[in-house]
Design a protein around this ligand. Sequence first.
Ligand code: G6P
Length: 643
Amino acid sequence: MCGIVAYVGKGHCKDFILEGLTRLEYRGYDSAGFACINSEHKRFSYVKTVGLVSALKESVNKALIDGHVGIGHTRWATHGIANQENAHPHFNCSKSVSIVHNGIIESHEELREKLINSGHDFYSTTDTEVIAHLFGSLLKIHHTLKNAVLDLVSQAAGAYALALLMEDYPDQLIAVRRRSPLVIGIGEGENFIASDVLAFWDKTNKVFFIPDNSFAIINKDSVQCYDFAGNSVPIKIQDVDFKFANTDKQGFEHYMLKEIYEQKKAIDNTISFCRFIGSKDVCLKHIFDPNNKRKECKSNIDSIEYSEEIWQQLGLEIEQLKNLKQINLIAAGTSWHACRIIQFFIETICKIPVHVFLSSEFRYMPFFPKVDTVFIFISQSGETADTLEALRLVNSYNLPTIVVTNVVSSTMVREAGGFLPMQAGPEISVASTKAFSCQISILYWLAHRIALFRGLISLDQMRVAEDDLLVTAEVLESSIETYKWEISQTLAKFYAKFERFIFLGRHISYPFAMEAALKLKEISYIFAQCYPAGELKHGPIALIDKRTPIIMFSVLDDLIYQKLVANAQEVKARNGHLVSFAFEGQNELIKLSDCSFIIPRVKPLLAPLAMTGLMQFFIYQITKELGRPIDKPRNLAKSVTVE
Ligand code: G6P
């Protein structure tokens, strides 16, 4: 959601910024812009366009503008519609300050009123533009950039990341971070700023994560950082390992399809990694060290001895773990669906009660801090604003917090008490696929690891659980292969004609059905509603007709399966059109269905993981039939950094 890319250095900024914006497209946006101090006349040149970064590229290249310092932005509309006026960069009246911004300036209305009263003219409806005007005025009052920024942040309430460019300081950039991600890439004779290290991964692996509530004044050879009280902040440079940074489509038509097919490998990598970090001799603090001992340890996997150091990595004391009475899972979107599935794992395997919260709701509910609990935050990006704020809230009570994420360089990792990294590799398509299956897999592993610690399972059962995950990952992929032809040639065409769907699941397949319904809505824009199958007769049954296919996801627990069959009969008795995702041998359900996908049996708790690939592929193909922009659906953002 919104992306910032900026450059100051010996080289030219245009190509880097435009390429960086392209790499941040995954975050979601609806307009884009670029500004630089033009090398020729030393004044601002800029271009803003509505729509794709490719349109911006074309316009910037036509305008022949470039310079040694510049800023770029992809905007996801919040304050005002997506048009050229509202696209960033924004300027002050005299066009001496240019700014790009992620986040929300909460005090924008009162600031705007003050600025208008003192004679400023506004061109957009954004909250961002107030900062350009305000900073322009502050530069006239204060003698140093530092003091002007300190005054600015004392007046600008909210959560934001800013990059500021000033005509009167043509060799410098300012980067401000308050509760919104912003990183600096340190080069030689050049420095890079971005919302995500992906923007500059091929330029440098030396990264300075601007701490929260701080700002940096950056020129080509130096970075000075201060906190919002004006104290100097040491520049701690980290070496980031970019081995996963390849973001090519690698011949696939869409990132989503590529990522669906990457799931088996991503799960394998995640489980190998868990074995590695859970084994003796390894300390995860090496995670940022590209020369870590991972390879050596992998060769010893069969003789692995599980180490208690994993708890240190998760920020847990052994005593806390022994006394654990409740686990809380907090997340948003697809990650929340993963949590609802994970709840079954933890409660069944560890016998510990679990509470699952939506991060956007959790923050505003009464909170009763309890000892003997742990809070696990699940977030692909590690940046989702609501989840991050929920984490901060729990941290403020000094309770144990753990983040499970795909991005080790994320804000949540830096702020949580401990973390567990997934090994899914970058997920570019807005609709989450491989991150979802890795979240499920890694927590299935962790649930067993906790159970092993508490003496509920044996070492052999731990190893069997790891093997079960690998077998299920195989099923996830092979089921796509089984139905690939039929779905892409006939079924997708048929189902793409419907205007609404009902999704049903029961027990562990209910949250999975919610995820399937979300996937369909997100990418195809077809209306979909999900219900627990047992609730059908309490209202939704009135919706059954031939024009509303019912998609039902089965389970492997015999008792619950029988209940699902009864629900399938209720559908068929009313002439409903039933599509089922069933498991081998579930003949009653298969016979009742108008269309069924039959999946090899796995461990009952892993039923959702086994169905994941095929469900995603089916929805992907329906969407492809409709010609939707699969990787970048309208209105959606991958990294939701505003509340
Ligand atoms: C957005 C994305 C979803 C994602 C959700 C939570 O809505 O479009 O795919 O599930 O954010 O993101 P997170 O990075 O916290 O898992």
